[in-house]
Ligand binder design. Structure first.
Ligand code: GLU
Length: 382
């Protein structure tokens, strides 16, 4: 018997909503869920991460993809979500299974307790034979607390559930070395390092939020967690199984053979960081070799206001981000410690401490090919 797969599928808005009428595309949903039903009957778990709520809700509030601003899209998402889920429910019933809605925000991934709680709920749904359909809760998210695109949201779900496969269904058959409309564009069947393709893939889709760039960022996130990513055209019969059995063209992004543990992956793959530290290159290399903690006298400078337990970026003196880790101190405490290097930590803080700023097991070195998700904050002297 072949090993059971745990498959996360990301479906873009253009596949789900008719471009002109902004209504659900039932033909696509039937082809998709027929395939899902088949995969489920073979013992595989399938989780969908579906876009489409904004596109399907726009007409209800009298907007178009071109006219809508942020608050229009948030209102549209509230209108479109029940339409989208109703379409999934109807078609799911045709193929004999139930679906469930899981609406998430960035905070559900960034806060470790909420992360674990979400993971448990998704596991419980799968155990009950119900297919979870995940989307970002656009209606209540603001710019600062959004994942922003469903490519990365789906990658986070793949990482959270320890997926074997992450399939991104889209309007093109995979990655090209430049804009696929260019007659000289070359198809890339397999990728280990997505970095060199990032520049060639800028630009966005009309209905959804992402483009090839966010797909590659998502694939990078998944590969670091040991998940195989497939980028494939969604507009075909059996859109998932034909990718998994290799019978049609798709781009495969190879997983890292030494994936991060769940805890390390949670630390490394956060989208929001509370602050940053700069350490010397020698210290960074020593930490990479020995997995030793970051100590007070390693810190060259720091930035940000953070609490104990917040995740920090760790840069070397060349400005290259080398690691991420959980701070054992607040930024205020850390400033006191670094501004008074010759005074005993216990005396400065008034409590007993080992003086390790970031412990070894809360510190993750970033692979050179790990992509950065956000612009690093300005670094000031401590
Ligand atoms: N969450 C958005 C929606 O449901 C889609 C975001 C995206 O396409 O990346 O419409």
């Amino acid at each position: 018997m072949t090993k059971k797969r745990n498959i996360v599928v990301k479906i873009g808005s253009a596949l789900l909503a008719n471009q002109e009428l902004l209504t659900p595309r039932y033909g696509f949903l039937q082809r998709l869920l027929e395939d899902v039903a088949q995969l489920r009957s073979e013992g595989n778990d399938v989780i969908l991460c579906s876009s489409g709520s904004v596109a399907l809700g726009l007409r209800i509030i009298g907007e178009t993809p071109e006219s809508a601003g942020i608050s229009d899209k948030q209102a549209a998402a509230a209108c479109g979500m029940p339409l989208l889920l109703n379409a999934y429910k109807q078609v799911g019933h045709e193929f004999g299974f139930e679906i469930a809605q899981v609406l998430l925000t960035l905070g559900d991934f960034e806060d470790h307790r909420r992360f674990l709680n979400t993971r448990n709920t998704v596991a419980r749904l799968l155990e009950a034979g119900v297919m979870p359909i995940v989307n970002e809760n656009d209606t209540i998210t603001t710019e600062e607390i959004r994942v922003g695109d469903n490519d990365r949201l789906a990658a986070k779900v793949a990482q959270m559930v320890g997926a074997t496969d992450f399939i991104i269904l889209t309007g093109v058959d995979g990655l090209y070395d430049r804009n696929p409309d260019d007659p000289d564009a070359v198809f890339i069947p397999e990728v280990t390092d997505v970095g060199p393709y990032m520049d060639a893939t800028k630009g966005k889709s009309t209905l959804g939020t992402g483009g090839m760039e966010t797909k590659l960022q998502a694939a990078n996130m998944a590969q670091e967690a040991g998940v195989t990513t497939w980028i494939a055209q969604g507009e075909v019969d059996r859109p998932l199984s034909t990718v998994l059995n290799g019978s049609r063209r798709a781009t495969k992004v190879i997983p890292n053979p030494n994936p991060l543990s769940g805890w390390d992956s949670w630390i490394a793959n956060r989208l929001q960081m509370a602050g940053s530290l700069v350490i010397s290159e020698d210290t960074a290399n020593a930490i990479a070799n020995d997995n030793r903690p970051i100590r007070r006298d390693d810190i060259v400078s720091m930035d940000g206001d953070f609490s104990r337990g917040d995740v920090l970026h760790i840069y070397d003196s060349k400005g290259i981000e080398r690691a991420r880790g959980l701070s054992d101190f607040t930024s205020e405490e850390l400033r006191v410690l670094t501004n008074n290097p010759d005074t005993d930590a216990e005396q400065l803080l008034g409590y007993k401490t080992r003086g390790e700023i970031i412990r070894g097991n809360n510190l993750v070195m970033l692979e050179t090919r790990h992509l950065l998700w956000d612009a690093p904050p300005a670094i000031t002297e401590a």
